[in-house]
Design a protein around this ligand. Structure first.
Ligand SMILES: [Zn+2]
Length: 144
């Protein structure tokens, strides 16, 4: 964290407060070189998100995993890499704003809902894997 006044790269935290139900931290900092005091708002990013898996074990959120399955769903479909990046970034922003720990099923459902808006084929491909349809009837019900 650089000092906004003298650009010195060492600042110390003199006060720290969690705000927005844990989604962000407000810090009062002081530059170790010139003594200038300033306030920062540090939003929690998706890299700090904990994912609860179906077997109840927890792991850190991994963008590459979700991206891989989304890319598979879009195979041979017309979509730009930017569209996929934006889609994932929007979801991540939503998740890290609302959760510190999130269930893998919630992630799957949100991706399904987002894909539904973008591409019907990618949506069906992703949904059939993630929602694990047992029968054709389940599949029809969910896609209606
Ligand atoms: Zn300074």
């Amino acid at each position: 964290m650089h000092c906004p006044k003298c650009s010195h790269n060492a600042t110390k935290v003199i006060d720290s407060r969690v705000i927005e139900n844990g989604a962000a931290t407000r810090r009062r900092r002081q530059c170790e070189s010139c003594g200038y005091r300033f306030t920062t708002f540090e939003r929690r990013g998706p890299e700090e998100l904990i994912v609860i898996k179906k077997d109840a074990t927890k792991e850190l959120y991994d963008r590459s995993k979700i991206k891989k399955s989304i890319l598979l769903s879009f195979a041979k479909r017309k979509v730009s890499p930017e569209q996929i990046e934006t889609l994932i970034a929007d979801l991540e922003a939503q998740w890290s704003k609302s959760w510190t720990e999130i269930h893998t099923t919630k992630i799957g459902e949100d991706v399904v809902a987002a894909l539904k808006e973008v591409d019907p084929v990618a949506y069906i491909r992703f949904a059939s894997v993630y929602l694990k349809f047992e029968t054709l009837d389940d599949f029809k019900k969910a896609t209606q």
